[in-house]
Design a protein around this ligand. Structure first.
Ligand SMILES: [Cu+2]
Length: 120
């Protein structure tokens, strides 16, 4: 292989790597949800950020695995929802957002946060 071919090969490998990093890195940030999503409550919320569609009902299934009292309540202030999360039980919250934008929710004390992105 001539040196210029090697340079081209390295550049293309870097290019592919960058593309993966760029797109997958972005995807990691939020999980796109169409009908329902399980949100594991364990030292925070997983997935931490979800995106849902405006005007469509989406089920958020909160499953709390963390016995910390801190996480026993979830507050979706923008949606006027406050719900108890019993340990290891699925608690379904249905959302039909009427506005697009970014909304956060948290535990009862506001220590852990999750994000809901509502798209048009
Ligand atoms: Cu808390």
């Amino acid at each position: 292989m001539s040196p210029d071919k090697i340079i081209v090969a390295i550049a293309s490998i870097l290019g592919v790597g960058f593309t993966y990093w760029f797109f997958l890195g972005k995807k990691e940030k939020e999980v796109q949800v169409s009908d329902a999503v399980d949100i594991i409550v364990d030292g925070g919320y997983t997935p931490e950020a979800i995106s849902i569609a405006k005007g469509k009902t989406t089920k958020l299934n909160f499953i709390r695995r963390d016995p910390t009292a801190c996480l026993e309540e979830v507050v979706l202030g923008d949606f006027k929802i406050r719900r108890q999360l019993p340990l290891n039980q699925k608690v379904t919250i249905e959302l039909t957002p009427q506005r697009s934008g970014e909304f956060t929710y948290s535990c009862g004390m506001g220590m852990y946060h999750g994000k809901i992105i509502v798209t048009e």
